[in-house]
Design a protein around this ligand. Structure first.
Ligand code: MN3
Length: 220
């Protein structure tokens, strides 16, 4: 554990000059076992997410996108090449994904629960809607729960590394929960059974963080 903290600090120091950096994972690679296996977590965090950040830093350098925040990039997505869209999305989406997972059990806040009830009926219906959105996504992408511009909860899905903050998204909103349905998120443990992965992931959802994001999104 101590080595891991030192290692994370070293990586942070080495990448300090880059515009976009990777926050430490808030738990160990094995923390979400048996629902998400340790090897998947390690490869996902150290190779996939880290790769999006490194490619994003390279892609913005010396272009009009340099110095813009992720949300600024997303709001003007049509102006930038796909390499920025894919890697900026890849960075933001994974950052959000790690934060909405946790080995510690928690419950949605009363405010979130009440919004879920009025939008979907109950929590189980929300899970069903999210799982359908994830299962129906052809190829790679994400399932999202977002607060739409009218302050209502909405479920959607995006292809590749797109997200609901992007000006190019079909359904726009501020995401409060995102589930990665790329094969790299589940293949080692679940192989082609995306539905089994989606059913299992609800055991490790960090409802405390989803509730915090919901409260934040309503203020915007
Ligand atoms: Mn991923």
């Amino acid at each position: 554990m101590r080595f891991w903290i030192l290692f994370s600090a070293l990586v942070t120091a080495m990448t300090a000059t880059a515009q976009f950096t990777q926050a430490p994972l808030p738990y160990s690679y094995s923390a979400l076992e048996p629902y998400i296996d340790s090897q998947t977590m390690e490869i996902h965090y150290t190779k996939h997410h880290a790769g999006y950040i490194s490619n994003l830093n390279k892609a913005v350098k010396g272009t009009p996108a340099e110095g813009l925040s992720l949300t600024a990039l997303f709001s003007r997505m049509g102006e930038f090449p796909d390499v920025i869209r894919n890697n900026a999305g890849g960075h933001y989406n994974h950052d959000l994904f790690w934060s909405v997972l946790s080995p510690e059990k928690s419950d949605p806040s009363p405010e979130l629960l009440s919004a879920v009830s009025s939008a979907f009926g109950n929590l189980d219906s929300l899970k069903k809607r999210m799982n359908e959105a994830g299962a129906k996504r052809f190829g790679s992408g994400w399932a999202w729960l977002s607060v739409d511009p009218n302050g209502k909860l909405v479920v959607s899905s995006t292809p590749n590394q797109d997200n609901p903050l992007m000006s190019v998204a079909e359904v726009k909103g501020i995401p409060v929960l995102g589930i990665d349905v790329w094969e790299h998120a589940y293949y080692l443990r679940y192989q082609n059974k995306r539905g089994d992965y989606l059913a299992a992931i609800w055991n490790v959802i960090n409802w405390k963080e989803v509730s915090r994001r919901y409260a934040e999104a309503l203020k915007k």
